[in-house]
Design a protein around this ligand. Structure first.
Ligand code: FE
Length: 202
């Protein structure tokens, strides 16, 4: 059995941060990045079930969702060469590299709605970066390794799998709505509401 102690400590600390700083996104991003950097500094706590790649698609396994949906934590598992479409998040997000290497290409939006490539960032284990409507929310992420699995741990300011957001045509910038859901299929997942009616959650 994998000892998930580090992850428990992380979830508790992040919950305290959210309690204290709710509504203050900058503080959450700044202090949350330190907590996440601490978590991904050691690659010994993620159970194998949340580290499994798929031959065709990158995987998004929900690790934790705050019961009040103020934040969620997801492991992104990239098979060799896998990549996301250009997409946004609509809430703040932190990305911490646990294993392998990924590259994140961010885009700025032009006056006519088209997208312009801005920065390409390469993340290696221990690195943390952020996205948000406040600082730049549109990017495309790729496993930088052609023959190995890469894994990053993401924290978002909502139950991200149920958040309506967008993918963009890279040429025209035309947005299309999507809800990502989660890849978990072996365990009951109370928080994947992408295909069910949201009831009783204020
Ligand atoms: Fe993203």
């Amino acid at each position: 059995m994998t000892d998930i102690g580090r992850f428990r400590v992380f979830v508790a600390a992040f919950t305290r941060l959210i309690d204290r700083a709710v509504g203050d996104e900058e503080t959450i991003r700044t202090e949350g990045s330190i907590l996440l950097a601490d978590l991904v500094a050691h690659d010994d706590w993620l159970p194998d079930g949340y580290a499994q790649p798929h031959p065709e698609y990158y995987r998004q396994y929900l690790l934790w969702c705050d019961p009040l949906e103020r934040f969620s934590v997801v492991s992104f598992v990239w098979g060799p060469g896998q990549t996301t479409p250009v997409h946004d998040h609509t809430v703040w997000g932190l990305i911490g590299m646990l294993r392998g290497e990924e590259s994140s290409e961010s885009f700025s939006v032009e006056g006519d709605g088209s997208l312009r490539p801005a920065v390409i960032e390469t993340l290696t284990p221990g690195n943390v970066t952020a996205v948000s409507p406040a600082i730049g929310d549109i990017h495309k992420v790729t496993n930088a390794l052609a023959d190995e699995v890469s894994i990053s741990i993401h924290v978002y300011g909502a139950n991200i799998g149920a958040v309506p957001r967008h993918v963009f045509d890279p040429d025209t910038g035309a947005p299309k709505s999507f809800v990502s859901g989660y890849s978990n299929d072996a365990i009951p997942n109370l928080f994947d509401l992408s295909e069910s009616v949201r009831v009783g959650l204020g």
